[in-house]
Design a protein around this ligand. Structure first.
Ligand code: OTU
Length: 753
């Protein structure tokens, strides 16, 4: 039976091409669609989205009709070839559309070889990831790549073959199955902007085949490249300057946004769109739940622009998204777009395209602003940048991370900087200098990546442990520095686990792995310092997670606790609202999440010293007298309306109106006061036992430890209170403390506020 097409006459006379396509598909697959009404429904529903996007890129000429039908045939064939267990997942997911937005999602990325040698090795190590609470595993590039440098696998030579050093496609399928059996998700990379020069398409282009030369952006001379270069930025100016590479075999220039061996595909060619759709389909059939779409801002190029984030790139993603909804409805797209804040969010589908582009995206905005806030001990820019963003689309999930395999790009917006009285370039320079340890007082041991000598701006490499000072503390400094560094690490993570989206850990950070310099001995890597933060997994260090008190133990268990608690918090649902509060104290970051009537308040101190939050500044229910800290599992009873956080401290709070005070505990007040003979020191403070704030009811202190004066009071555990002292000579008041002190009953730690 010849496939039913659409005649030129009908096509050109029609005003609703999508309807024509659907009708033609119904005729082409009459029996099959009748047998599967759900599939027919998906066609009806998604062909209009597909066609709108496809036509916006390729136009509406009659030739498009046959292409579109072939693509839709491929989508149907993909569905029919989809293994039954994956179809079952598709159906389950269709029945609960928020399945990937529930608060239990906790991700981790790792390199197969560095973590466990092979795919099979990773499968055997799954218990470790489960122990941590991870249920979304992103494997770094694992497909066949080229000999020699390969940009960490981001130069794919064959999308249908696993790098033989890591295993086989069957191993990948087995791993996906094992993950699914435990309710975990698998994410793999789809490097869609470029192929390796060794990919068969590129090889045919090299052999002179014009059809395959048309897969890439090839130029006979420098004329057009020079025109493009005028407005093109460079990604790797240090080791891959320019955006074009001369190919002597064919005497042409080829577009290479990244390394010279990574050839950008020409998506203006519909054959490229179709060929890459086949590769995408194939990869999803392995059981991957998520494709991480690499370098999506670069997919579309136009003269006179920076060739990033162009409408064409978004349209391509929407066309693929719609086709995949037909072929494999339960799979997700994750956008890798490390670009300006207002550009990243567009990959999640905004401005009428909600739900039509990518479900997931790296939250690079949060990431770099968290690091900026940490370095500057100030959250003004962080909260300004977050509130300047348009609301996150309902259907989306941010992947919140602090480190990944790449450098940190300082995506701090000039306007946001100006809004807080700062200069954009200077602020970005501050960040890359601070984290390269080039500023006085910096604890960081990172490196500058791709330094721009004109502006002094750079990106940053280094592991989280190196950037937060843990590395320095472990090697040179003592326990206090370790405490501070752990505090910084957990502070940042406490926000990736609670801000809108899901946390994405970088494998090795859960045990605080340090920088790794072995890349310097490998000529294939030595010039790319991103390798410094790609250490092999240190399993000996990982074993220390069982030894209480060690750094790996403390980190691993803190993160594990975040993951466990997160799962129980409905206000962390992907659709929950997020309100960033502008506290008077700009060293604090205060954010509320709210979902279906339930609320969570996260308070985080970015300063290396204690800071106070006045709860009265916050709206209801947060100025209530009783709140529950769900992380520390304690009830807090506020007698003064102040919450003091230790250096880099944080709390996850929920209202607890019904809760009764904790059991009575002894708390020792201790103040340093010098006195003359005959003088006595007394305290008064907010709890009843300390006079409810009335100095006339002050409690006498004991001078046994002079010049320290002490008293032990019994208060319900968790009571937060303030107190001051007064000095008396007989009945006469001679002095009073200038400072106010803050304490929590049961903890003998006194903060000055
Ligand atoms: C991605 O990153 C990968 O994460 C990198 O590891 C690759 O080298 C690269 O693509 C090429 O495949 O510029 O510095 O906006 O920021 O695609 C990393 C997206 C990068 C780019 C991003 C790129």
């Amino acid at each position: 039976m010849p496939p039913v097409g659409i005649s030129k006459k009908r096509w050109e006379g029609a005003d609703d091409h999508a309807a024509l396509l659907v009708a033609a598909m119904r005729r082409r697959h009459k029996k099959a669609l009748a047998a599967e009404p759900e599939l027919a429904e998906r066609l009806e529903r998604y062909v209009p989205d597909f066609w709108a996007a496809y036509a916006s890129v390729y136009g509406t000429a009659h030739a498009r009709a046959a292409e579109a039908l072939r693509l839709l045939d491929a989508a149907l064939a993909g569905w029919w070839a989809r293994p039954e267990p994956l179809r079952r997942l598709d159906r389950e997911r269709a029945a609960r559309p928020d399945w990937y937005q529930r608060p239990d999602l906790v991700g981790l990325s790792l390199y197969v070889d560095l973590f466990a040698g092979t795919l099979d090795g990773v499968r055997r190590k799954l218990p470790y990831l489960k122990e941590l609470g991870v249920n979304y595993l992103h494997l770094m590039p694992l497909l066949a790549t080229r000999e020699g440098p390969n940009d960490g696998g981001y130069a794919v030579a064959d999308y249908r073959r696993v790098d033989p050093r890591l295993g086989t496609m069957d191993d990948l399928r087995a791993l996906a199955e094992a993950l699914h059996a435990d309710g975990m998700l698998l994410a793999i990379d789809f490097v869609m902007n470029h192929t390796a020069r060794e990919h068969p398409w590129a090889q045919r282009a090299l052999a002179g085949d014009p059809d395959y030369q048309a897969y890439y952006l090839m130029f006979d001379d420098r004329t057009l490249p020079d025109v493009y270069e005028r407005t093109l930025p460079e990604v790797f100016p240090d080791f891959a300057p320019g955006n074009f590479t001369f190919v002597p075999e064919v005497g042409k220039w080829v577009w290479t946004s990244f390394y010279d061996f990574q050839w950008d595909l020409d998506y203006r060619n519909p054959a490229v769109f179709a060929a890459m759709f086949e590769e995408m389909l194939f990869l999803f059939q392995t059981g991957a739940d998520v494709l991480r779409l690499d370098a999506v801002p670069f997919l579309w190029k136009e003269q006179g622009t920076d060739c990033r984030n162009l409408p064409g790139a978004h349209a391509l993603l929407r066309a693929y998204r719609a086709l995949m909804r037909i072929a494999a409805p339960g799979v997700l797209f994750k956008a890798e777009a490390i670009v300006a804040p207002d550009e990243i969010i567009r990959y999640l589908g905004t401005g009428g395209y909600e739900g039509k582009e990518c479900e997931l995206a790296y939250n690079a905005t949060l990431m770099c602003h968290l690091w900026h806030a940490l370095a500057s001990e100030n959250t003004q820019l962080l909260r300004t940048a977050l509130t300047a963003l348009p609301p996150t689309p309902e259907t989306a999930v941010w992947l919140n991370y602090i480190r990944c395999h790449d450098d940190i790009g300082w995506g701090l917006d000039d306007e946001d900087c100006a809004a807080v009285g700062q200069d954009g370039p200077a602020t970005r320079r501050f960040c890359s200098d601070f984290y390269a340890g080039r500023l006085p007082g910096s604890y960081a041991e990172g490196y500058r990546f791709q330094l721009d000598r004109r502006t002094g701006e750079a990106r940053t490499s280094g592991t989280a442990a190196a950037l937060t000072g843990l590395q320095k503390a472990l090697v040179e400094a003592g326990p206090e520095a370790i405490e501070a560094a752990l505090g910084r690490l957990l502070l940042l993570h406490s926000l990736t686990f609670t801000m809108r989206g899901a946390p994405l850990l970088y494998g090795g950070d859960e045990i605080g792995q340090l920088n790794d310099f072995s890349y310097l001995d490998d000529p294939l890597k030595a010039r790319d310092n991103r390798w410094v933060h790609r250490p092999p997994m240190d399993w000996q260090r990982a074993a220390m997670r069982h030894t209480p008190g060690t750094v790996p133990h403390r980190l691993f268990h803190a993160l594990k606790r975040f993951a466990a608690v997160r799962k129980t918090l409905r206000p962390l649902h992907g659709r929950a609202e997020e309100h960033v509060f502008f506290s008077e104290n700009d060293r604090l970051f205060v954010v509320e999440r709210a979902f279906e009537g339930e609320r969570l308040l996260v308070v985080a101190n970015f300063a290396g010293r204690p800071e106070r939050l006045r709860l009265g500044e916050l709206p209801a229910p947060w100025h209530q007298a009783v709140l529950r800290d769900v992380l520390a599992e304690e009830i807090l009873l506020f007698t003064s309306g102040d919450l003091v956080l230790p250096p880099y401290g944080f709390r996850w709070l929920v209202p607890a109106p019904e809760t009764r005070p904790g059991p009575p505990v002894e708390t020792t007040l201790r103040v340093h006061v010098e006195t003359f003979w005959g003088e006595t020191v007394h305290v008064f403070g907010t709890p009843e036992a300390l006079g409810s704030g009335d100095p006339r009811q002050a409690l006498p202190l004991d001078a046994a430890d002079y010049p320290w004066w002490t008293a032990t009071v019994v208060l319900p555990a968790g009571t937060c209170f303030t107190f001051r002292w007064i000095k008396k000579r007989g009945p006469h008041l001679v002095a009073r403390s200038e400072k106010t002190y803050w304490m929590k009953a049961g903890e003998n730690r006194i903060f000055e506020v």
